[in-house]
Structure formats: structure tokens, C-alpha cells
Design a protein around this ligand. Structure first.
Ligand code: HEM
Length: 364
């Protein structure tokens, strides 16, 4: 079992975990202070327990960058994720969802047959990588995301680097082609920025978008379906107000459990002294759930499911839209659906399923 906050927390908003040699942060204000404050690094190479393989990991991954490099790169990428850009994808997402639902038998694994298909199709569309690209993504994502595991060990990194290399091999000729003949896609937009990103940075960004955007959104959808199967009384509220319901589902069922930071300076946090060089784990899941139980009738309570501050999720609007387009369609179409079985992934980073078998999909 991978490590988590466990008993080290004992209800404190900030607690020193003797066993792991780091700070566990579960208080809302304290978590926000870390995410929004200065003097914290997201670079995994700074972690005192970083495996040696990390030194060779490709640079230019936004999520793991600190200012000023992060600031420059984020400014270049942000325009692709404006509400307008996201809205333009909505009709296509609706089509993708309808097609996925129409193809279902009476019993299905909704994780594989719905939840994964939607974000992969969206990203493939965004980058315009075609069917071949989408297929490759579906195959290699489980390996690729192992680099995002907080407890990534040497084996995780080797597997993830191999998946990343496979994706790079697919992307390199595509990048060259787009440079010659630009299209309306995101890769062409990145290439077109004057004094913009290097080819390596663009390739790393594509890998990050695929790793960070696909798995997370799929799991938000699947976790939410499970919550609605377990408590059918919530379903009418989802149908009445999908936008606010997705927000509440993010709070309790958000797929990212924790993020990690290394202190660059001394900090006073929740009445404790965090020294430069020490590590904090920010438990986004506990911060959200600490507010109360899931209640779609009441509406959303505050959460940090997308993080906060300078690394706030770039794909948040896109992920929300995908969930809003998927969940009500599924619930409205299959009122008779029941849970057959489900299995959680063993991960301290992701609140995620490995399977979600559901029956009663014909009787809808
Ligand atoms: C960053 C969560 C979907 C792209 C983050 C962070 C969180 C997060 C918590 C901040 C990590 C940190 O502070 O260390 C989620 C959740 C999603 C989701 C819960 C779905 C429900 C997406 C999608 C995309 C995306 C769909 C893009 C297609 C990114 C990128 C970053 C990021 C590029 C890095 C931002 C930066 O470092 O400045 N996400 N994400 N995410 N996310 Fe998401």
C-alpha cells in the first residue's frame, strides 16, 4: 500500500510525519497558504528523497517548474485554455458522449467504455493527433501517469520514461509536419508563438497535457458515477443543476489526492515551523472532504481539487465541461443502472478506480 496521511495527522491542520520525515497539511487555510504563497518549489528534483533517475527527466514540464521559467511558459500556454476555447469544444464533447453511451450493452465497465473515452477524444482533438494518436494514448496513459505519483520510485520513473519516449517518437514527426503545414490545432498554435517554446518544450507540454488531463478527468467522471450509484437520491439534483453538482463532486470525489512542495525558505504554517528544504504534502482530498459529506441538494462547498495559485489547473474549465456534458446524460439515460463491482487503484496521488462494472443499462 502506498503511504498517505494516515494516523500522522491526528486532526491537526499541519502535522509532522515522523515516519515519512515530512509535513502533512490537511487544513484548508494552510493548504491554500502553501499553494498560493511564495517560497515553495514544485520541482521534484529538489525533494530530499528524489530517486536518481529524476535528474535525467525531461525539463520543460510546466507542473514541475518554478518561476521564472514557470511564469514564462504558463503565459504562453494559457490562451489555449480560455473559456471561449473550451466552449468551442462543447458540441463535440456532447457528440462523443452520446456515441459512447449508445454503444453500451446491458452491462459495462463505465471506466473503460465511457469515462476514459471522453477526455482522450477531447485531447486527441485538441492536438489533432487522429485515431492513431488517441489509440496510443489510451494504451500508454497508465504507464505515463506513473511519473505524477508522489511516491514515484525508480521503477515508476523508468516505466513512465519509456511511455513518454514512445509518445515523443509519435509526436516528433508530427511536430515537424505541423511546422511545415500549420492547422487550427493546439500544437500549431504553440509553434506559432514568436520567441515561444522550443520543440522539446512543446513535446513535453503535449505529454503533460495527455498525462494530466486525461487520467484525471476520466477519474472524476468514474468516481462521480460511483457516488451516484451508491446514493441514487443525489441523482435528481445532478439533473437539476449539473454545474453546481459537478463542483460538489469535485470536492468529495476529486481525482487528485495530494500535491507536494519543498520549502525554499523557512515558513510559519498552522502554528508550526517549516524549515527550508523540508517537504510538505498538501492533501487536497482531505481539505475538501473535511468540509462535510457529499450533498448535491445543498450545493457546492469550497474545495482545492484543482489546486490553487500559480499552478492552478490549466485544464479546469475543460474538465468541468467534460463532466457536465457526461454525467447528466448518463444518469438521465440509465435510471435503472446498478453497481456490479468496483476496484480502487493503490495510489497516494490519485483517487481513482481501476474498474467500475455497472448493470441495468438496457432497462433505462
Ligand atoms: C495542474 C487537477 C484536468 C492540465 C493541476 C493541479 C491540480 C490539477 C490539482 C495542480 C498541481 C499542483 O499544484 O502541483 C486536475 C483535476 C482535473 C484536471 C482534478 C480533472 C478533473 C486537467 C485537464 C488538463 C489539465 C483536462 C488539460 C487538458 C493541467 C496542467 C497543469 C495542471 C497543464 C499544470 C499547471 C501549472 O503547473 O501551472 N491539475 N486537473 N488538467 N493541470 Fe489539471
Amino acid at each position: 500500500m502506498r503511504a498517505d496521511a494516515g494516523t500522522a495527522l491526528r486532526g491537526e491542520p499541519v502535522g509532522w510525519d515522523e515516519e515519512q520525515g515530512l509535513w502533512q497539511v490537511t487544513g484548508f487555510d494552510e493548504a491554500s497558504a502553501v499553494l498560493r504563497g511564495d517560497g515553495w518549489s514544485s520541482d521534484p528534483r529538489r525533494l530530499p528523497f528524489a530517486p536518481p533517475e529524476l535528474a535525467e527527466f525531461p525539463p520543460g514540464v510546466l507542473l514541475f517548474m518554478d518561476p521564472p521559467d514557470h511564469t514564462r511558459m504558463r503565459r504562453l500556454l494559457s490562451p489555449a485554455f480560455t473559456p471561449r476555447a473550451v466552449e468551442s469544444l462543447r458540441p463535440r464533447v456532447a457528440e462523443i458522449v452520446e456515441a459512447a453511451l449508445t454503444g453500451l450493452g446491458d452491462e459495462a465497465d463505465l471506466l473503460r467504455e465511457v469515462a476514459y473515452l471522453v477526455p482522450v477524444a477531447v485531447i486527441a482533438e485538441l492536438l489533432d493527433v487522429g485515431e492513431e494518436g488517441a489509440g496510443l494514448l489510451l494504451d500508454i496513459t497508465p504507464d505515463l501517469v506513473r511519473m505524477l505519483e508522489i511516491d514515484a520510485g525508480s521503477e515508476d520513473l523508468v516505466v513512465s520514461a519509456a511511455a513518454s519516449a514512445e509518445l515523443m517518437m509519435f509526436l516528433t514527426p508530427l511536430l515537424a509536419e505541423r511546422r511545415r503545414r500549420p492547422g487550427g490545432d493546439f500544437i500549431s498554435a504553440m509553434l506559432a508563438v514568436p520567441d515561444g517554446l522550443t520543440l522539446d518544450e512543446i513535446a513535453s507540454t503535449c505529454v503533460l497535457l495527455l498525462a494530466a488531463g486525461h487520467e484525471t478527468t476520466a477519474n472524476l467522471i468514474a468516481n462521480s458515477v460511483l457516488a451516484l450509484l451508491r446514493d441514487p437520491s443525489q441523482r435528481p439534483h445532478l439533473l437539476a443543476d449539473p454545474v453546481r453538482s459537478v463542483e460538489e463532486l469535485l470536492r468529495v470525489e476529486g481525482p487528485v489526492r495530494q500535491v507536494v512542495r519543498t520549502a525554499l525558505t523557512d515558513h510559519r504554517l498552522g502554528g508550526r515551523d517549516v524549515r527550508a528544504g523540508e517537504v510538505v504534502r498538501v492533501h487536497l482530498d482531505e481539505v475538501g472532504r473535511g468540509q462535510g459529506p457529499l450533498d448535491l441538494a445543498r450545493g457546492p462547498l469550497p474545495h482545492l481539487a484543482f489546486g490553487g495559485g500559480m499552478h492552478y489547473c490549466l485544464g479546469a474549465a475543460l474538465a468541468r465541461m467534460e463532466a457536465v456534458e457526461t454525467l447528466p446524460r448518463l444518469v438521465a439515460r440509465f435510471p435503472g443502472m446498478t453497481l456490479r463491482s468496483h476496484e480502487w487503484r493503490d495510489s497516494s496521488t490519485f483517487h481513482a478506480l481501476t474498474g467500475l462494472r455497472v448493470a441495468g443499462l438496457m432497462r433505462g
